[in-house]
Design a protein around this ligand. Structure first.
Ligand SMILES: C[S@@+](CC[C@H](N)C(=O)[O-])C[C@H]1O[C@@H](n2cnc3c(N)ncnc32)[C@H](O)[C@@H]1O
Length: 301
């Protein structure tokens, strides 16, 4: 009898997002009161604000998931953008197309971020939110740079590896949930009542590392925006009264612009492709991106 092979990271990510229920769970999370919902909504708001000033054109939503962003853009911007959605999960793409059809139209594509099935310079705007963490980031960034037109805009987001919230979630909270699941299994707790946390395949990069990847791919990193500030750590943020209180405090401080970046659970980077090619040798150092002390983080198995 052969030993069962451990699934690769890629297989785990595919499995996580490929079930027929995955799109519904994701959309429910966006609408729900759990901390994931708060993070997703603040990312969505930030993107809509950024794209409000963007000239119309061809937009690629790469790693689109169930298409929450594309649907929101179709609703708020009408037909300003011709939107193409891409995901490696067929169930996400099917859901995305059906859901977008309530308000407009998207062009669907099943494919890999690391090998985009589009010609060079096909899009004016390429958006990759919540997906680079699961991909081979360097290969994906090269592909994103290839498909964006000269003068075009790239927007990427990343979970913030320097945030205490994420560090506690990845190195304490999730491992504890997994240990609890093992104990519950040994104690005969029924499967549907056990805790646990699937292995996610998340790998994150600091602002500095991601900026460097963008620059190495021929893009100019421009703006960094941190989002979803929180003073709590998991699982305290799952206590509604405490979460509401922390939210009120951080919102009041955020309006005074007094919150440090490391309190944000995610960040967004914008980059542009030069209208004419940059001279050879131009890199992140030329762009004066300050080194960022936060290490890049691979979430443990
Ligand atoms: C967390 S969801 C993000 C969805 C959406 N972009 C958003 O911000 O709501 C991540 C999505 O990325 C997709 N994905 C992960 N790795 C990918 C890859 N290498 N190529 C294409 N899609 C990928 C997953 O299938 C999943 O639908």
């Amino acid at each position: 009898m052969g030993l069962r092979r451990r699934p690769t990271r890629k297989e785990r990510v595919l499995a996580q997002y490929s079930s027929a229920e995955a799109p519904v769970y994701y959309v429910q999370a966006v609408d729900g009161s759990a901390p994931e919902g708060k993070c997703l909504r603040s990312r969505l708001q930030l993107l809509q604000d950024l794209l409000a000033d963007c000239p119309p054109g061809d937009l690629l939503d790469a790693g689109c998931g169930p298409g929450v962003l594309s649907k929101a853009l179709l609703t708020s911007h009408g037909d300003a953008f011709r939107i193409t959605v891409l995901d490696q999960s067929l169930s996400m793409i099917r859901y995305c197309r059906a859901s977008a059809s309530e308000v407009g139209e998207v062009r669907p594509a099943v494919g890999q971020l690391e090998a985009l099935p589009f010609g060079a310079a096909s899009f004016d705007v390429t958006v990759v939110t919540g997906a680079l963490e699961y991909a081979d980031a360097a290969a994906a960034v090269r592909e994103i740079a290839r498909v964006v037109r000269p003068g075009g805009l790239v927007i990427v987001t990343m979970l913030n590896p320097g945030s205490p919230y994420r560090l506690v979630e990845w190195f304490v909270y999730w491992p504890l949930l997994r240990m609890l699941a093992v104990a519950e299994r040994l104690l005969g707790v029924p499967v549907d009542r056990r805790h646990g946390m699937a292995i996610t395949g998340i790998r994150t990069l600091s602002v500095h590392r991601l900026s460097r990847l963008l620059a190495d791919a021929g893009l100019r990193p421009e703006k960094v925006v941190h989002y979803d500030f929180t003073a709590l750590i998991p699982p305290l943020d799952r206590l509604p009264a405490l979460a509401r209180l922390a939210d009120r405090v951080t919102r009041r401080r955020a309006s005074a612009d007094a919150l440090p970046d490391w309190l944000a659970t995610g960040y967004l980077l914008t980059a542009t492709r030069a209208p004419v090619p940059d001279p050879p040798g131009r890199n992140a150092d030329d762009l004066r991106i300050a080194p960022d002390p936060a290490a890049s983080v691979t979430v443990p198995d």
